[in-house]
Design a protein around this ligand. Structure first.
Ligand code: NAD
Length: 499
């Protein structure tokens, strides 16, 4: 039996998904995996109407019961983990281990959300007036619109949906037009669990399919008080303006241009492994991929020559094959963008190692050897995010210079310093250090755990998802004052006596 067959029990059958405008093509070999219909404007309208009705019921269900639904969903994901991982590999081209890791993230955020469903704490606040008390309550917010990128086709939705659901909201998901199938499979699992859950209303979770126009409809609709959008900075800039113009709330998780610093005291073995995974893993298609590397002059030659060796031994190929570490790029435009960036780097005087197409026997996907580009100083292409495995390498002499380089780009997602020098590490983590949402010591910038708040500053959008207190974005805060005194003293001693 094919691993995907296990999903038939919840109504997801690839063989049936063969009609519609949205074509899912596997980056492994360009084959069509399936087709799904795009949701038109009227379809989106009716999904939103039903999602509002679902919200009105779900917000009345006690939060720990909402957590129980998410617990059951997490259990279902555990049972179907191999099938879901296989689908990610087919639709996005992730190697098997990384695809399984992504499904594990879905499971982890469900576990996290279950515990959180008993911990949606507010504050009690001392009132200045006798016989009064004040408190802060967190209420469900409304249907949440979730727009996701192709590269984490399950995890990003789950970070949002697991929290949104325990917070008492319904969810409407617009997946990337490049990954319609993974979305349908995961949504089918949630629907299956919800159908058997007495308090869960119909349409608690919906999927709308299509390109950017469908995302634009969601962003513009006031029935979605929160839009959580993950993707390029270009997309976030458009969504932010639309949502702000109707006074909605947006949670933006946008592009990164993440740097690593290798300090004079760095453990070289650890550094080379951390850099190689962070820069070449997932074929450079993580928002947290290491794209820039600052190496101290005293370690530069040794580190760069070891990196080149590590890069030349990376096995690039079919992500389904054991031992492959680098799968395909998502599509031809991604390959072209990578080649254009490498040309730009050459024009800026960069020395390019790797980056060429790799022919993988019998497979028509876009496979490349990850590239290392040595640059004297940053240039136009190293300042921007190219969603492909290119690592720009610079020399530095002082930690202040390296931190300034880390912070010198318009994005602010993740960052990392490899050092055994405590002073340097603490400086990097201090207010004068990295300006990113994520700062790591002795690990690369990628591979976040769900327990921490995930997101970044500047053109990365400022949003925080997943762990810590990120749940607060999915609720509305209400400050409540109760007078049990029988008198009516006014705040700030104001007198307003009437007969
Ligand atoms: P993309 O911006 O092309 O598309 C992302 C999603 O936004 C898709 O669903 C798309 O249909 C939709 N969209 C596009 N334009 C829109 C608009 N004007 N209004 C509403 N929706 C719109 O991104 P992509 O190529 O799928 O993904 C790669 C990008 O995503 C990279 O920049 C990467 O760094 C970023 N990303 C960021 C994070 C993060 O957490 N910060 C995570 C994953 C990916």
């Amino acid at each position: 039996m094919n691993a995907l067959d296990s999903l038939k029990s919840v109504g997801f059958d690839l063989a049936q998904l063969n009609d519609g405008e949205i074509v899912s093509q596997s980056p492994i070999d360009g084959q069509t995996l399936g087709r799904v219909p795009a949701t038109d404007a009227a379809g989106v309208q009716s999904v939103l109407e039903r999602s509002v009705a679902a919200f009105h019921q779900w917000r009345r269900v006690p939060a720990p019961r909402r957590g129980e639904l998410v617990r059951l969903f997490g259990e279902a994901v555990r049972r179907h983990k191999p099938a879901l991982a296989e689908l990610i590999t087919l639709e996005v081209g992730k190697i098997t281990s990384e695809a399984a890791g992504e499904v594990q993230e879905v499971i982890d955020i469900c576990d996290f959300a279950v515990g959180l469903s008993r911990q949606l704490y507010g504050l009690t606040i001392a009132s200045e007036r006798p016989g009064h008390h004040m408190q802060e309550r967190w209420h469900p917010y409304g249907p949440v619109g979730i727009i996701t990128a192709f590269n984490f086709p399950m995890a990003v939705w789950s970070w949002n949906a697991a929290l949104a659901l325990i917070c008492g909201n319904s969810v409407v998901w617009k997946p990337s037009e490049k990954t319609p199938l993974t979305a349908l499979a995961l949504a089918a699992l949630l629907d299956d669990v919800a159908r058997a859950f007495p308090e869960a209303p119909a349409n608690l979770s919906s999927v709308v399919q299509g390109g950017r126009e469908v995302g634009e409809w969601l962003a513009a609709d006031p029935r979605l008080p929160l839009i959580s959008a993950t993707g390029s900075t270009r997309m976030g800039r458009e969504v932010a303006v639309t949502v702000a113009s109707r006074f909605g709330r947006s949670l933006l998780e946008l592009g990164g241009n993440n740097a690593m610093i290798v300090a004079p005291t760095a453990n070289e073995d650890l550094a080379v492994r951390a850099i190689t995974f962070a820069a070449a893993g997932t074929a450079g298609q993580r928002c947290t991929t290491a794209r820039r590397l600052y190496v101290h002059s005293s370690r530069y030659d040794a580190v760069v020559s070891r990196l080149k060796r590590a890069y030349s031994s990376l096995s690039v190929g079919d992500p389904r094959v054991t031992g492959t570490l680098v799968g395909p790029l998502i599509d031809a435009s991604s390959f072209n963008a990578m080649q254009a960036a490498l040309d730009g780097a050459r024009r800026a005087g960069g020395r390019v190692h790797g980056g060429e197409r790799v022919d993988v026997a019998g497979l028509a996907g876009h496979y490349v050897r990850p590239a290392i580009v040595e640059l004297e100083k940053p240039c136009a292409v190293s300042d921007q995010e190219t969603f492909a495995p290119i690592l720009y390498v610079f020399r530095y002499d002082t930690i202040a210079e390296a931190i300034a380089g880390n912070n010198a780009v318009s994005q602010g997602l993740s960052s990392s310093l490899i050092t055994t020098d405590l002073m340097e590490a603490e400086l990097f983590l201090s207010a004068e250090g990295s300006d990113c949402g994520i700062a790591n010591i002795n690990i690369g910038p990628s591979g976040a755990e769900i327990g921490g708040a995930f997101g970044g500053e500047k053109e990365t959008g400022g949003g925080r998802e997943s762990g810590s207190d990120a749940w607060k974005a999915y609720m509305r805060r209400q400050t409540q004052t109760v007078n049990y005194s029988g008198a009516l003293p006014l705040a700030q001693g104001v007198k307003f006596d009437v007969e």
